[in-house]
Design a protein around this ligand. Sequence first.
Ligand code: I3S
Length: 170
Amino acid sequence: CPSSPKHPTAASEKCGVLNVTKITEHGKKVRKNWTSSWAVLQGSTLLFAKGQGGGTGWSYYQRGSIPELLLSLLANWKHSVKRRPAVSYVNSGPVTAATKFGGSQSKPEFTVDLRGAILEWASKDKSSKKRVLELKTRQGTELLIQSENDTVINDWFKALGEMISTHAWE
Ligand code: I3S
């Protein structure tokens, strides 16, 4: 999984930027709020990061602005050096997807349990956008996941589908 400058420690099966909105939470319809998020797929968990975009190294990278990317990486590095504890991470507890997910730099906005989830291409009545996946979890959350890029969304469809079938009976 390619790491982003903002999430250099994320080690996972797949990650990248996706547009996402919840449409149902705990079985109840919620208002759409499309946001661009850094998504990480790890095992049976799909995580979305808080605060993607707006001045992150990754957004500079996406825009192709190398000088800004380098400055941002340097700023992030200085920041993480300051915040890094003197003792290393040995015996700091189990390393889970959530703790690996950007470490001290960001917290997951929300996580999705893929066990027993249903994934399909969203019908037109769910969104006017193209390339939209609909993900329904056992917990009664429904998400729409979208990308402007065909390859990106097809790859996510495949990866999520594989994860769901792998963990379906857990
Ligand atoms: O399914 P909807 O309600 O037509 O979804 C659209 C709205 O949520 C809209 O927000 P407001 O109703 O707050 O203006 C969003 O801006 C649109 O993006 C939503 O539709 P799409 O078709 O983009 O998922």
